[in-house]
Write a protein that binds this ligand. Structure first.
Ligand code: PLP
Length: 393
């Protein structure tokens, strides 16, 4: 028998995966061309060519023992140096390699951060809608989420965040560009948030860390700029990932960055390094560490996603469906016309469209469509979306 705790997690975390399985079932039944699967945030463009070049060069290196061996739990020192230097040059930060911990993607980084910060019963503030896995990540370490609804424009509600803080609050997680809304927090928002966190720390009686979940940092469109979150607040733990920017989701590689002026810096760095080991990761994948260190300057092809965004928006506009206009990431948050997201997704499914109900992100009334798919798939879904909207006439 599995544990009671795990049973709850299995039941609550399977919605998006179940959708994926449903897509496979429908494709077998109706044919691949009649299924429009927008359920998963899995990039469908190949990694930039520099990634394969770097992997090939590394594999041909004359020291396979070094390449494939164990290392310091935080990762190769030269890789962490490279990333610290690159961040400092790009964002004007002052990271040292000690403050960089290579992680198993952003998911690994978030778990390492929460393992390092949480005692049983501690709280983590999240801005809803939020990436549903946060619930399980906090629960992994006896923590629970305090959900604070975003403002109507999907920006964080700083007053409500401050009000939600208490002596058990250890961290606030933000995610910009945002999954599922595509919202991008600008400079003013981040400045206000930094002040909120300073006040929150006073209220809690200890530091309240800002955990910045950044897998979509490089994916912004239409002139939007994503300021570097950690530049605004010293107690920021940045969790970056190459899953989306370099299309390396299955390779599981990212890093955490901790500012040297963060409260408890040395203890935090050691805790994150030890957490990496004792969570069973031991260290982030070694070949991929070396590859990303060679690819720090490689940019994703944002134009591909931007064209998909425009195409998908035209499909929804033509159908007359409302959505949140995204500035980044690769998701559209579509309004259920009568506010019932479960019915909306069921009706969509009956037409071969797979989208995720917003309850997976802690809110009602919407569905998330991922547009990291082929443009042809989006174009081909046009008639099905019209038919979906027609069900509400
Ligand atoms: N955070 C958010 C907001 C995500 O959307 C995802 C993946 O979709 C993750 C974290 C996990 O990303 P990774 O593959 O880097 O673990």
């Amino acid at each position: 028998m599995i544990s009671k705790k795990m049973k709850i997690m299995v039941d609550s975390s399977s919605a998006i995966r179940a959708m994926f399985e449903e897509g496979r079932r429908l494709a077998a039944l109706r044919g691949e061309d009649k299924v429009f699967d927008f359920s998963l945030g899995n990039p469908n463009i190949a990694p930039p060519s520099e990634v394969a070049d770097a992997a090939r060069d590394e594999l041909l290196s004359d020291d396979p023992v070094f390449l494939h061996g164990y290392m310091s739990n935080a990762g190769y020192v030269d890789v962490r140096e490279k990333i610290a230097d690159w961040l400092n040059a790009r964002f004007g930060t002052k990271y040292s390699p000690d403050g960089i911990v290579m992680t198993v993607g952003a998911a690994g980084g978030l778990n390492v951060a929460l393992k390092s910060l949480l005692d049983d019963g501690d709280e983590v503030v999240v801005v809803s809608p939020y990436f549903g896995e946060y619930r399980c990540y906090a629960a992994n370490f006896g923590g629970r989420l305090a959900e604070v609804p975003a403002l109507p424009d999907f920006m964080p509600d700083c007053e409500a965040i401050e009000a939600a803080v208490n002596e058990r609050t250890k961290a606030v997680i933000i995610n910009t560009p945002n999954n599922p809304t595509g919202a991008v927090y600008g400079e003013d928002v981040l400045k206000a948030l930094a002040k909120t966190l300073d006040r929150a720390a006073e209220k809690a009686g200890h530091p309240v860390y800002l955990i910045s979940d950044e897998p979509y940092r490089e994916l912004v469109y239409g002139g939007a700029v994503q300021p570097y979150v950690a530049a605004f607040h010293r107690n920021t733990l940045t969790c970056y990932s190459y899953s989306k920017s370099l299309s390396l989701a299955g390779e599981r590689i990212g890093y955490m960055a901790i500012r040297p002026d963060a409260d408890g810096y040395e203890e935090l760095c050691s805790a994150c390094s030890v957490a990496t080991r004792i969570l069973g990761f031991v260290n982030a994948p070694s070949l991929m560490q070396r590859v990303v260190a060679r690819c720090v300057d490689v940019k994703p092809d944002v134009r591909f996603y931007d064209r998909n965004r425009a195409l998908f928006e035209s499909v929804l506009d033509e159908a007359g469906l409302e959505y949140v206009k995204p500035q980044g990431a690769f998701y559209l948050f579509v309004k259920a016309p009568d506010g019932d997201e479960a019915k909306f997704c069921e009706r969509a499914k009956s037409l071969g469209i797979l989208i995720v109900p917003s309850t997976s992100f802690g809110v009602k009334g919407y569905a998330r469509a991922a547009y990291c798919v082929s443009p042809a798939k989006i174009e081909d879904s046009r008639a099905a979306f019209k038919a979906l909207a027609g069900m509400y006439d």
